[in-house]
Write a protein that binds this ligand. Structure first.
Ligand SMILES: NC(=O)c1ccc[n+]([C@@H]2O[C@H](COP(=O)([O-])OP(=O)(O)OC[C@H]3O[C@@H](n4cnc5c(N)ncnc54)[C@H](O)[C@@H]3O)[C@@H](O)[C@H]2O)c1
Length: 334
C-alpha cells in the first residue's frame, strides 16, 4: 500500500510508520513538529525510518490547505491515516482555539485535499474521550457520545466531519477510538511517562482527585496492529464505521498504576493529591467486541508486560531529555 500518515513523527504515528514499513508499504509521514513537545524528540522517533528508501518525512502543516493538497497530489495514496492532532485534555481547556484550529480545521483541510486529489480512504485517530463520563459498563461504539473537554469535542467533531464525507460517493472513513495509549516514546506529559520520570527522580507525583480515576491503558503495538487491520477494512468496505481500540481488560486506577510503577522500578512513590481539573472523566473502559469481530483485533500485551517494556525503554536512554533511544521491542528491521 501507499500510505500517508499525518502526525507520523509523533508517538503513535511513528510506531505505525514502522509497522507499515515492516510489512512492505510505501509511507509518507506528514508532520509540522508542533511545539507541544520538542522537535528533537519527534526527530528521534523517526530516526531509523528516515534512512529507509520507502519512507519519506515531509514537514507540512495541516492548517495549510494548499500545502496538504500538494502532498496528496504528489503521492497517489491508497489510504490516509490521520494521526496529527494537538493531543491532551487539560491543555485543550487552556488553549481551546488552537485545538479547534488544528484538530477540526486540520481535519477539514485534509478531507478537502483528499477529495481534490481523488484519494478516498481515510482512517482517523479518534479518542475514548468522546464518550465523556461513562461510569457504568464498558463503552460501546453505539453509546451516546457526550464529550466534556475541548479536546474531546474536536475529536467527536472530527468523526462527524469524516462521516459527512462518506455521504459522497466512494468515500470511506473509519474512526478508531484509542483508549489511553502507552509504550516507548509516549508523549512526555502523559501519565505513565511523567510518573516514571518523577518516581525515578524521587519527586512527588501529583494525582488528581483521590487517585480512583480509572483508565483503560492500551499498549502502542496493540494499537498499531489495530490500525493496520483497519487499513485492510477501509480498503475493502464502503462507508463509515467507528471502532474502539482498548486493552480488553478492566481499567486500572491511578493509585494502582503508581503502585505498579513503584514496584516494577523498585522505587517508593511519593504521592500528592490535587483537586481534579476540568475535562477529565472518572473512568474509561472499552468494549472491544466490534473491533474483535470485524477487524480481528486482539490485544496481546497486558499492563504488567507493557509497563516493563516502557521502563526498559525509559532506562535504555535518557527519555527525560531529547536524547531518546529506540525501544528494544517493536523495532523496525531495516
Ligand atoms: N496517545 C494516546 O493515548 C491517544 C489516545 C486517544 C487518541 N489519540 C490520538 O492519536 C493521535 C496520536 O497521538 P499521540 O499520542 O501520538 O500524539 P503526538 O502529539 O505524539 O502526535 C501527534 C503528531 O501530530 C503532529 N501535529 C500536530 N499538529 C499538526 C499540524 N497542524 N500539522 C501537521 N502535524 C501536526 C505533532 O507534531 C505530532 O507529531 C492523535 O490524533 C491523538 O489525538 C492518542
Amino acid at each position: 500500500m501507499n500510505v500517508l500518515v499525518t502526525g507520523g513523527a509523533g508517538f503513535v504515528g511513528s510506531h505505525l510508520c514502522e509497522a507499515l514499513i515492516d510489512r512492505g508499504d510505501q509511507v509518507v509521514a506528514l508532520d509540522n513538529f508542533d511545539p507541544c513537545y520538542s522537535r528533537e524528540r519527534k526527530l528521534q522517533n523517526v530516526t531509523q525510518l528516515r534512512g529507509h528508501s520507502r519512507f519519506n518525512l515531509v514537514e507540512r502543516d495541516l492548517r495549510d490547505l494548499e500545502a496538504v493538497t500538494e502532498v496528496l497530489a504528489g503521492g497517489s495514496f491508497d489510504v490516509v491515516v490521520h494521526m496529527a492532532a494537538k493531543a491532551g485534555i487539560r491543555a485543550s481547556m487552556r488553549n481551546p482555539s488552537a485545538y479547534v484550529e488544528t484538530n477540526l480545521g486540520g481535519t477539514a483541510n485534509l478531507l478537502e485535499a483528499m477529495t481534490r486529489t481523488d484519494c478516498r480512504r481515510l482512517v482517523f485517530a479518534s479518542s475514548s474521550s468522546v464518550y465523556g463520563d461513562n461510569p457504568g459498563r464498558p463503552s460501546r461504539e453505539d453509546d451516546r457520545a457526550v464529550p466534556v473537554s475541548v479536546y474531546a469535542v474536536t475529536k467527536k467533531s472530527g468523526e462527524d466531519l469524516c462521516r459527512a464525507y462518506t455521504a459522497m460517493q466512494n468515500f470511506s472513513a473509519l474512526c478508531l477510538r484509542f483508549f489511553t495509549v502507552y509504550g516507548p516514546r509516549q508523549r512526555p506529559e502523559m501519565a505513565i511517562h511523567k510518573f516514571t520520570r518523577l518516581l525515578l527522580d524521587k519527586e512527588p507525583i501529583p494525582l488528581f482527585g483521590d487517585g480512583s480515576m480509572e483508565r483503560d491503558y492500551t499498549y502502542v503495538e496493540d494499537i498499531t496492529r489495530g490500525v493496520v487491520s483497519a487499513l485492510a477494512y477501509v480498503s475493502e468496505n464502503e462507508g463509515y464505521e467507528v471502532f474502539n481500540l482498548g486493552s480488553g481488560k478492566p481499567p486500572v486506577t491511578l493509585n494502582e498504576l503508581v503502585a505498579r510503577l513503584g514496584w516494577l522500578s523498585k522505587s517508593q512513590p511519593i504521592v500528592e493529591y490535587h483537586p481534579p481539573p476540568g475535562g477529565d472523566v472518572a473512568r474509561t473502559c472499552a468494549d472491544i467486541h466490534k473491533a474483535k469481530s470485524l477487524l480481528g483485533y486482539q490485544p496481546q500485551i497486558d499492563l504488567s508486560e507493557g509497563l516493563e517494556l516502557f521502563l526498559e525503554w525509559y532506562r535504555g536512554g535518557d527519555a527525560d531529555t531529547d536524547h531518546v533511544t529506540e525501544p528494544s521491542r517493536g523495532r523496525r528491521s531495516s
